[in-house]
Design a protein around this ligand. Structure first.
Ligand SMILES: Nc1ncnc2c1ncn2[C@@H]1O[C@H](COP(=O)(O)OP(=O)(O)O)[C@@H](O)[C@H]1O
Ligand SMILES: [Mg+2]
Length: 294
């Protein structure tokens, strides 16, 4: 059975997608792992980091995106011929072992979703909260179930915020990763997120078994050696056990931002850049943290 990990932070632009695609790529390339990246963000940054907009538009026209699978669960009364496997793009970026379940710019139609919840609630005479809870618990689990034993790692790239897909992704996960910037407000954000996840875990009986694997920090060059940075890091280390923090810091590196232009993660496009080297090191730490003997 594959390990399922969610990359989350309620903030946008903190490097969730960049971490997901570069970590996934390093696991496939350097450790021969079978990796599936699932794009749960309707901004489709993860998808467009791995395939071209042209390919995406072709796939979307054929309705071969995550949207199809979500709709299949929300509206099970409609006959469908495709399964999770049919949506997966194999060996993206010509890399053996790196697969993608592409996201969609319309991940679920809120109107249809609310209407389905309402109808289901009436038909089953159940409370709205129960029907809602059913989707939260089962949506991503059901999508991944047919493929989970085909992968070593399934990485879920979430949207900012804390929407239904994110929560459903957490429910389906063994661990979550938290990319962040070392700033006081970011620290507040992490604490808020941790509280929400604790609440989510306790909603279930037995409580969910999902843990923070690690917080990874991106930082710009000047910040590294500053007193301010050290103060912030000290506060973070007081709040979190040090084993919950990745030692490897991801530097700001223009090669990482530019990699998106070639629909290829930086670790493949510019493997010798400072950013790529950091991701390679972070992957090593990731493997050690999981204590996976590869
Ligand atoms: N280490 C880095 N160096 C330079 N640019 C980065 C780095 N990490 C992320 N970026 C850029 O910052 C932007 C936001 O990153 P992204 O991973 O998409 O964040 P999120 O998924 O949290 O919204 C993107 O344009 C990305 O290319
Ligand atoms: Mg993103």
């Amino acid at each position: 059975m594959g390990q399922v990990l969610t990359t989350i932070n309620m903030k946008g632009g903190v490097g969730k997608t960049t971490l997901t695609v570069n970590l996934g790529t390093c696991l496939a390339r350097d450790y021969n792992q079978r990796v599936l990246i699932v794009d749960l963000d309707s901004q489709i940054s993860g998808t467009l980091s791995l395939i071209s907009p042209h390919d995406f538009s072709r796939i979307r026209k054929g309705r071969r995106t995550l949207n199809y699978l979500i709709d299949k669960i929300i509206r099970p009364y409609i006959q469908r011929k495709y399964f999770t496997e049919d949506m997966i793009l194999k060996n993206v970026c010509n890399l053996e072992g790196l697969d993608l379940l592409p996201g969609d710019i319309e991940l679920y139609d809120e109107y249809i979703f609310a209407e389905t919840l309402y109808k289901k609630g009436i038909a089953e005479e159940s409370k709205f909260s129960e029907v809602w809870g059913y989707f939260e618990e089962s949506l991503i689990k059901k999508i991944l179930m047919p493929v989970v034993d085909k992968y070593d790692f399934i990485l879920l790239d979430c949207a900012p915020g804390y929407n239904l897909l994110t929560r459903s992704g957490i429910v389906a996960s063994n661990y979550y990763l938290l990319p962040a910037r070392p700033e006081p407000l970011s620290l507040v954000g992490i604490q808020l997120l941790e509280r929400r996840i604790e609440k989510l875990k306790k909603k279930y009986n037995p409580p969910l078994n999902v843990d923070l694997l690690g917080i990874s920090f991106i930082l710009s060059g000047g910040l590294f050696s500053s007193r301010y940075y050290n103060q912030v890091m000290q506060r973070i280390e007081e709040d979190f056990e040090s084993k919950k923090i990745f030692n490897t810091r991801i530097p700001m590196d223009v090669n990482i931002a530019k990699a998106v232009d070639s629909f290829t993660p930086a670790v493949l496009q510019t493997p010798n850049s400072a950013g790529s080297k950091a991701f390679k090191k972070l992957t090593q730490e990731f493997v050690e943290k999981l204590n996976v003997h590869i």
